[in-house]
Design a protein around this ligand. Structure first.
Ligand code: ADP
Length: 190
């Protein structure tokens, strides 16, 4: 089974590229941000819990996120592979994911980071906030908080996956098609 982790800072274009990659490589796309937002819209218990963290640009607690992700994977027993987008975002989540996959005799194939400069990304998010309706996109302070969360909690994952020989980086600046092209040339080697 192909299992890819796509990561990158908020606004790096994970969601946009995932739409293309899931089709091309026949992967089930699981975006934790999208799943949380779906739960918020439907006012579920999980949604109510996640909302207070997300609105501030904080990460949702690990136990909640890990349990949710495992449940989502369980909904796709016949999947040929997975594309995780926005998960894992902490070392604890990465360790939990490795243990979970191992219990199913599976493991991560590779991780790919979309890299981009913070100032370009903040500008992209503020632009997206005008139409996305996402409270966490509309205020520069919340956006900066998401970058602090990323730098403190998510950036260490690069070394975690480098140590496993599973880390790849792709330049996320350029047109959507250019970035897709770069990702495809990395994916085609897996
Ligand atoms: P972005 O990467 O643009 O910030 P996402 O849609 O991936 O957007 O995530 C939005 C918010 O959802 C995050 O700021 C966080 O509050 C929550 N979230 C998403 N994935 C996780 C995760 N793996 N762990 C904890 N919180 C998460």
């Amino acid at each position: 089974m192909i299992i890819i982790v796509l990561f990158g800072k908020p606004g790096a274009g994970k969601g946009t590229q995932a739409e293309f990659l899931k089709e091309k490589y026949n992967l089930t796309h699981l975006s934790t941000g999208d799943i949380f937002r779906y739960n918020i819209q439907n006012n579920t218990e999980l949604g109510k819990l996640a909302k207070s963290y997300m609105d501030k640009g904080d990460l949702v607690p690990d136990e909640v996120t890990i349990k949710m992700l495992e449940g989502e994977v369980g909904k796709h027993p016949y999947s040929a592979g997975f594309l995780f987008d926005g998960f894992p975002r902490t070392i604890a989540q990465a360790e939990a994911l490795d243990a979970f996959l191992e219990s199913k005799n599976e493991s991560i194939t590779a991780t790919v980071a979309l890299e981009a400069d913070d100032n370009i990304l903040v500008a992209r998010l503020l632009e997206r906030g005008k139409t996305s309706g996402r409270p966490d996109d509309q205020d520069e302070e919340k956006i900066r908080n998401r970058y602090d969360e990323y730098n403190q909690k998510t950036a260490p994952l690069m070394d975690y996956y480098k140590a496993q020989g599973k880390f790849h980086a792709v330049d996320g600046i350029g047109s959507i098609a250019e970035v897709t092209e770069r990702l495809t040339s990395v994916f085609d080697k897996f």
